[in-house]
Design a protein around this ligand. Sequence first.
Ligand code: AP5
Ligand code: ZN
Length: 217
Amino acid sequence: MRIVLVGPPGAGKGTQAALLAENLGIPHISTGDLFRANIRQGTELGRRAQEYMREGRLVPDEVTIGMAADRMAAPDAESGFLLDGFPRNLPQAEALDKLLGETGVALDAVLDLEVPEDEVVRRIAGRRICREDSGHLFHTEYSKPRVEGVCDVCGGELYQREDDREDTVRKRLEVYHLETEPIIGHYRDQGLVVTIPALGAVPEVTRRALAALPHRT
Ligand code: AP5
Ligand code: ZN
């Protein structure tokens, strides 16, 4: 199954993507996580991405599309994947269409996580992530770690993302409305969009998303 997850920053894409990917047995591919891993490792790509991420702007397409395409070409993504945070503008969506067309495969669904803006701001303000693995996600109210500041999964230190500061969050929301929302129209024209109300407990949202997916063969 090939799925794209869209939604504003803080909608719960990373949270749901990890659970859905595990349930469906497909890799979770997050361009945000790939950039953060590159920053942590001090790569050239990470250095380029960091200046944009810090300001809440999109990393240029020529960097992002190649990185996403490489990841999708890995053996574990051959029979499917769940994309989180990619594509994020129309040129990226068109590049993905082309890439899939060349390999003779197609997307099965685009899940649009719908969350009111005040809730998104609350989710981002309380988010804490693990230094060792940005897939280990917590929230100061909604999903507290057992020991404050320490990751339940691996014992790593929890911290607040640099781009989760209030002014950067405002910029990220603006970029979402301007650049990312138009891809929903693009995929609606292809009949792929399913809107998932994403307020409520994490497992409940996962259940809604699984129920909305086209039947698996
Ligand atoms: P990215 O890492 O993709 O960030 P984002 O899209 O802004 O999304 P977030 O990670 O902020 O939120 P999320 O929806 O995953 O929510 P989460 O599950 O963490 O991108 C970061 C930057 O990288 C971009 O700004 C850009 O610069 C760059 N970038 C990435 N991809 C790019 C691309 N394709 N092109 C160009 N640039 C790109 O949840 C948030 C919090 O809420 C957590 O604390 C969680 O525990 C909590 N939570 C989740 N669900 C619930 C629930 N149901 N109830 C209560 N709390 C919940
Ligand atoms: Zn951890």
